[in-house]
Design a protein around this ligand. Sequence first.
Ligand SMILES: C[S@@+](CC[C@H](N)C(=O)[O-])C[C@H]1O[C@@H](n2cnc3c(N)ncnc32)[C@H](O)[C@@H]1O
Length: 202
Amino acid sequence: MPVPAEELYDQHADDFDAHTALEELPEEFNALLESFVDGLTGPDVLDAGCGPGRDTEYFHTCGLDPVGIDFARGMVEYARAHRPGQYLEMDIRNLAFESDQFDGLWCPATIFFVPTEEMETALNEFARVLRPSGVARIGFKLGEGPVEVEKWGATTMEYHVSEEQARALLDAAGFRVESVSVNTVSPERTFANFYCQRADSA
Ligand SMILES: C[S@@+](CC[C@H](N)C(=O)[O-])C[C@H]1O[C@@H](n2cnc3c(N)ncnc32)[C@H](O)[C@@H]1O
């Protein structure tokens, strides 16, 4: 029986953090992070699904003003205890922020825990809180439909989509895709990271 992602991540902040240092991640990931920062026109960044706060800390060290959110309380508590920045317990499908509040939306590895039929809700929220001049990097996992994945000796659900589906979802939420970076880490782990702006931006 799959364990909800919230419950699973809640219990494993320490271990997740120990194995996902920036130096250990593929060069491509670091390049995406750096180019995201380069494209910002202001300091307000939302790290959506921040986990233990690695990238929120990076944004902080760049002189930005990041907020990390995660629905797993254990992740938020861990990040608060170990990393600079502001951390809030929140679901990406229901953001407790004003509209047009952020210059950047960073969500490299979280949307695929949201059931496909609810992705549009999260993406609408992302578009709502982003300023018209803002930029977003949103990572999907490519594949077909719901898949059970093993983590920490348990299974949880992920929701993989085709690149075309991801583009259609982003389009429906009011994003204009500027570019996509596809990286295959293993046969079941192909990430498609979309660099987007609001479609109504200049
Ligand atoms: C694979 S981890 C990525 C963490 C971090 N962004 C990183 O790259 O290391 C996914 C995170 O997304 C969080 N998450 C999953 N679904 C979420 C949702 N609907 N709202 C908020 N956080 C969510 C999980 O709790 C977990 O911490």
